[in-house]
Design a protein around this ligand. Structure first.
Ligand code: AMP
Length: 567
């Protein structure tokens, strides 16, 4: 396809307002794409290379301004272009506004004029040339290549060359549009396209497979060691949501570091960042870890954390510094080393010895993709694969147990906890409801301890549960019980604190005079017929003793009511 035709169609897409119309126009483009389908499936999204490919254009805006100025003639400087971009707000519009053809015309007598427009593939080849320019003098080469592209461009072509060079297409086409357009153009199910995109991360290949081989080929596509997949993401959520939605929750510490995807092919290891950038050279510890402990090829998901000499976690910024490090990595490693917590397993290969010897390593890789397996199964596979470095995972339906894990995480210097649905598949790139980052408590309440209960067994002489109440005009009314996972030492202190205020005792139950005030966290306030106050805290947690407060300035039921309206 001529690049001018692509530019004309891109203009139409840009002008379309309804999503359905956009999908139709992109589907038409794909149907007409011929050999250029793979390239166009990326170009429409402002991408020149596949997301997994480490080839990058590395073009800064200033290169583009300089090339545009040169193509626009002697009266235009790079500063002029920059100024116009600041006025107009984006580079494409500015590139389209110059009369490149007029400039070209000046020299056209010698050179054959502008009759020969470029094809989409030729433009792509030029971008490849641009990406290949590295090292000293590369800036000059990149500007030359861009100049060549602008010099032969009509206004619409110039608009999209500029935008592609800066990876911002701005025609309203995202991954979802491309998925729907591929399905519509080649009559394959949207779900099959979606899955193939998840595993390959390659819009070009998926579009070609859909057209040339159909749904079967899409379904056969698999993960490949060495080609990163988008990471599954978490959204903010609560223990309440997790336990209401799922039978049980899988709980893990939330490590304060940076995401890594580890690809081990049996001999060598590549490490990718969350944005699928190859960071292997910056993280030799991760490579050594995988080389030493993995017996078979695998794709693993995890978090690297910077640690001090004692192995205690350091702030997140330290790990970022290591990620960016290009030189003297060994020296950097002496100052701050990193450790990896692996929490998921996306693919397990077969050992080299069992693989079909001599078979080419084309797709699908020998081995098993685990994306659609439930988390519980993926975690089992991971634990079989690695004897060390695997993040602990607890599966429970007990809020107190979750509370205990969270305390432990915070005490160990981690960020908090993640709640994961043990039955859920791995969904690349999605911020779904199956992984929840537990939200910190928003607002705590200062509540009066009005009752308590002796513990059981080993804790029979310690008070284990505390009834907490809010203030009313004439007294106090309970809103919940705080029980959770406090240490023996802490319980013993709290027992000493409440014992002098025991009014009466009935079996294990203690009735207390209002005297002690606790600060209490919770996830939510519900209306409740069980409590006289009419409200119950969900997952109340002991935060601390308010030694500075007496019951008369504890929080009132009225305040509880107001907070309940907000949640
Ligand atoms: P956030 O960056 O706040 O959206 O939180 C999600 C991030 O937490 C993930 O992308 C991981 O980098 C990180 N993380 C830390 N520990 C875990 C874990 N156990 N499971 C999944 N992600 C984790």
């Amino acid at each position: 396809m001529e690049f001018a035709e692509f530019a004309r169609r891109a203009r139409e897409v840009e002008a379309a307002s309804a999503d359905t119309e956009v999908v139709e126009l992109v589907a038409d483009l794909f149907s007409a794409a011929g050999d250029d389908l793979g390239i166009l499936a990326r170009f429409v999204q402002g991408r020149v290379f596949p997301a997994w490919d480490s080839t990058k254009l590395e073009v800064g805006p200033s290169y583009c301004y300089e090339a545009i100025a040169r193509a626009a003639g002697p009266n235009v400087s790079a500063d002029d272009v920059e100024r116009r971009v600041a006025e107009v707000g984006e580079v494409g519009e500015v590139a389209a506004s110059y009369d490149f053809a007029g400039q070209r015309g000046l020299g056209a007598f010698a050179g054959g004029g502008d009759a020969d427009g470029r094809t989409v593939r030729e433009v792509f080849r030029e971008f490849e040339r641009l990406a290949a320019a590295e090292g000293s003098g590369s800036q000059g080469t990149k500007v030359d290549v861009l100049f060549g592209l602008f010099n032969r461009a009509d206004p619409d072509e110039a608009r999209y060359v500029a935008r592609l060079a800066l990876s911002e297409m701005r025609i309203g086409v995202g991954p979802g549009t491309v998925r729907d357009a591929v399905a519509a153009a080649f009559d394959v199910p949207v779900e099959a396209v979606e899955r193939a995109l998840q595993v390959t991360n390659d819009y070009g290949r998926v579009a070609e497979a859909a057209r040339d081989e159909g749904v079967d080929a899409l379904e056969e596509m698999g993960l490949s060691v060495g080609r990163p997949v988008q990471a599954m993401l978490a959204q903010a959520g609560t223990v309440t949501e997790a336990l209401d939605e799922w039978d049980e929750a899988a709980v893990q510490h939330k490590f304060d570091g940076a995401r890594v995807q580890i690809h081990h092919d049996g001999e060598t290891t590549d490490v990718f960042s969350r944005n699928m950038v190859n960071v292997t050279d910056a993280l030799p510890e991760v490579v050594e870890f995988a080389d030493r402990h993995l017996g078979v090829p695998a794709i693993l998901d995890g978090e690297v954390v910077a640690v001090d000499g004692d192995g205690d976690p350091l702030p997140f910024q330290e790990v970022l510094r290591r990620f960016r490090r290009k030189h003297d990595v060994e020296r950097a490693r002496e100052d701050v080393s990193v450790t990896v917590y692996v929490f998921d397993c996306l693919h397990v290969g077969v050992p080299e010895s069992e693989a079909d010897s001599g078979a080419s390593r084309t797709e699908p890789d020998p081995g098993e993709d685990l994306l659609s397996a439930p988390l519980a199964e993926r975690y089992d596979r991971l634990s079989e694969l690695l004897s060390t470095g695997v993040a602990d995972l607890w599966v429970t339906d007990d809020a107190d147990e979750i509370e205990r894990i969270e305390r432990e995480a915070l005490a160990a210097g981690h960020e908090g906890i993640l709640l994961k649905n043990p039955a859920a598949a791995y969904t690349p790139g999605r911020r779904g409801k199956n992984w929840l980052k537990r939200k910190p408590d928003v607002e705590t309440l200062d509540l009066v301890v009005t009752g308590a209960e002796w513990g059981e067994g080993r804790r029979a002489n310690l008070v284990g549960t505390f009834q907490v109440s809010a203030r009313t005009d004439g007294g106090f009314e309970p809103v919940g019980n705080v029980a959770t996972g406090i240490t023996d030492e802490r319980l013993s202190e709290l027992t000493d604190l409440v014992e002098p205020h025991v009014r009466s005792e009935d079996g294990r139950d203690l009735d207390l005079d209002p005297a002690v005030v606790f600060e209490v966290g919770y996830e939510e306030i519900q209306e409740s017929p069980t409590y006289a106050s009419g409200f119950a805290l969900r997952f109340p947690r002991f935060v601390g003793v308010r030694h500075d407060k007496d019951p008369s300035n504890a929080d009132s039921v009225e305040r509880v009511r107001r907070l309940a309206d907000r949640t």
